[in-house]
Ligand binder design. Structure first.
Ligand SMILES: Cc1cc2nc3c(=O)[nH]c(=O)nc-3n(C[C@H](O)[C@H](O)[C@H](O)COP(=O)(O)OP(=O)(O)OC[C@H]3O[C@@H](n4cnc5c(N)ncnc54)[C@H](O)[C@@H]3O)c2cc1C
Length: 500
């Protein structure tokens, strides 16, 4: 195993004749831990990615993430090729396979005759069991699997409390994180300087098309989400011009405030060290926006270490007492869930947000909190239903962050919102989309309402509805629940926790 420290370097005397780098959620060729290690350890290095049928079979045939990955692999392939060429090696590229990864990856390693496979940690429970199986099969062939940190700044048990236990409260975690960061911990892993070890692909083939792996095109290219490392750097450059304002702009969904880098972070088309470095340097130079943004990157590390230490959160409440909560069930609950998914709750901000995720695969962070709170505390539905819906629809779906976000909103998580703090969806709308710009983008049928009435159309006077050409119940639904009633019911529902 590659350790967590920076001491593992094989700079001058490669020990192995050949190695394979197995790319997974790290689709870039710069500042890449496993690639850097392999290039320093071996005289010949190949790079591979496997489209895992076990994952792909569970997805709809049109899935933006599959298209994002596929396009990013084309970018990665091109980067590897030019890295090779810059070091006098022609024919370098990415080997792409499609099928059962547990069988295909070891078979490829055997076919290439490598002595070791290098990969970066993936701490999701399914990925860990996949890696354990691949490790076993490689071992049978006498091939080692070396895995190490790449995806986060501090992983697993790198940050523990004074008593040696994992953190479950964010602020002390963040303080410890900020104490531990040094230029060394966010230094890029060198790739280009060792790239002469890249080897030509024995049987070069282009990255398979979407159709070849059984998928259909989506609207990905109509979205403002450029793919691959090239796309990540475009987004980053754009964001760095705005980062100083992030603290003021991040909460308003109609404003271009956040970085929109989450899908790139998810698939590793940008290095977390690069982002942390950029933010940390600006923060030290006095940028408040950069400081707030760095905090968000720390939340990401925080939730990853929570999932690592408490894998049970994938299906249970972080706080066990909350498993006693009785969520609404039955046909009425199912109908409410459909209304939520389809943007038909009658609460414009909630509905506009749900249309945003359906049409683009993205949802603004403020809106994720609003719709998650609405599902659990206005509709009384189990947070796992919403979590699963997000998991299918978000381009940036990440088990650790999604689970953390849902459990935060449902008050079942570590360091969560207290259960008696219940977002009022109308007040949230008035505060964060005051002029209704975001709502109008997704719900044009409400466009004619005055700004003041757009947050709660059922409170508009008949004359205002008529002037807007709007008939409630025909053009836009009446609210599916009354917030005040739901609030009382929620407080009673959560009372089992106090009683327990
Ligand atoms: C219910 C719910 C579900 C969520 N599901 C996901 C998910 O599946 N994947 C995901 O990446 N984020 C998730 N988030 C966190 C957050 O909403 C998104 O990361 C953010 O909206 C992505 O947009 P951005 O890249 O423009 O963010 P920015 O505001 O630019 O933030 C920069 C990066 O910091 C990280 N980040 C920001 N906020 C959080 C957070 N609260 N927790 C963990 N990491 C964070 C992300 O990697 C993000 O790209 C969820 C939040 C909630 C409340």
């Amino acid at each position: 195993m590659i350790g967590d420290t920076r001491q593992v370097q094989h700079d001058h005397h490669p020990l192995l004749s050949s190695a394979l780098v197995w790319f997974r959620r790290d689709l870039r060729a710069d500042d890449h831990a496993a690639l850097s290690h392999a290039l320093q350890a071996a005289r010949q290095v190949w790079c591979a990615f496997v489209f895992d049928r076990a994952i792909l079979d569970g997805l709809p045939r049109a899935d933006r993430r599959v298209e994002f990955i596929r396009d990013s692999l084309v970018d990665l392939d091109a980067q590897l090729r030019s890295l090779g060429l810059a070091h006098g090696v022609a024919g370098v590229g990415l080997i792409v396979r499609h099928g059962d990864v547990q069988a295909l990856l070891p078979a490829l390693a055997v076919q290439l005759g490598v002595q070791a496979v290098y990969a970066n940690h993936d701490d999701e429970p399914n990925a860990l069991s996949r890696d354990a199986q691949v490790r076993g099969r490689l071992a049978e062939a006498g091939i080692a699997l070396h895995c190490g940190k790449d995806h986060v700044v501090f992983e697993r048990s790198e940050l523990l409390t004074a008593t040696g236990s994992p953190y479950s409260v964010f602020t002390p975690y963040k303080n410890a994180w900020l104490r531990k960061i040094t230029p060394e911990t966010v230094k890029p892993w060198p790739v280009a300087r060792h790239a002469s070890a890249l080897a030509a692909v024995p049987a070069p083939a282009p990255v398979p098309t979407l159709a070849e792996i059984g998928f259909e095109p989506t609207n990905l290219h109509q979205l403002k989400l450029p793919t691959g490392s090239t796309g990540a750097h475009e987004l980053l450059d754009d964001f760095l011009d705005r980062i100083d304002d992030y603290g003021q702009t991040r909460d308003f969904p109609a404003v271009k405030g956040p970085s929109y880098l989450s899908t790139h972070l998810r698939f590793g088309t940008v290095s977390i060290r690069k982002l942390a470095r950029e933010a940390w340097q600006r923060m030290q130079a006095g940028s408040r926006g950069a400081e707030v943004w760095l905090s968000e990157l720390i939340w990401r590390d925080f939730y990853h270490q929570i999932l690592h230490h408490h894998p049970r959160v994938a299906s249970h409440c972080f706080k066990p007492a909350y498993d006693a909560i009785k969520w609404e069930q039955g046909p009425h609950a199912d109908a409410l869930f459909s209304a939520w998914c389809e943007g038909r709750t009658g609460y414009p901000l909630v509905d506009a947000a749900m249309l945003q995720i359906a049409q683009t695969g993205y949802m603004h962070n403020r809106l994720r909190m609003v719709v998650a709170s609405f599902l659990t505390k206005d509709l009384g539905l189990d947070w796992r239903r919403g979590e699963a819906y997000f998991a299918t629809h978000l381009n940036d779906f990440d088990l650790a962050a999604n689970n953390g976000g849902w459990q935060w909103a449902a008050s079942t998580g570590c360091d969560a919102q207290p259960y008696f703090r219940i977002f009022n969806p109308v007040a949230q709308s008035e505060r964060f989309d005051a002029a209704g710009r975001f709502i109008r983008r997704y719900l044009p049928q409400l466009a004619g309402l005055p700004d003041k009435q757009i947050h709660a159309p059922w409170l508009a006077r008949p004359i205002e509805l008529a002037a807007a050409g709007l008939v409630l119940g025909r053009d836009y639904p009446e609210p599916v629940v009354a917030h005040d009633v739901a609030r009382t019911r929620t407080l009673a529902r959560y009372a089992v926790v106090k009683a327990g």
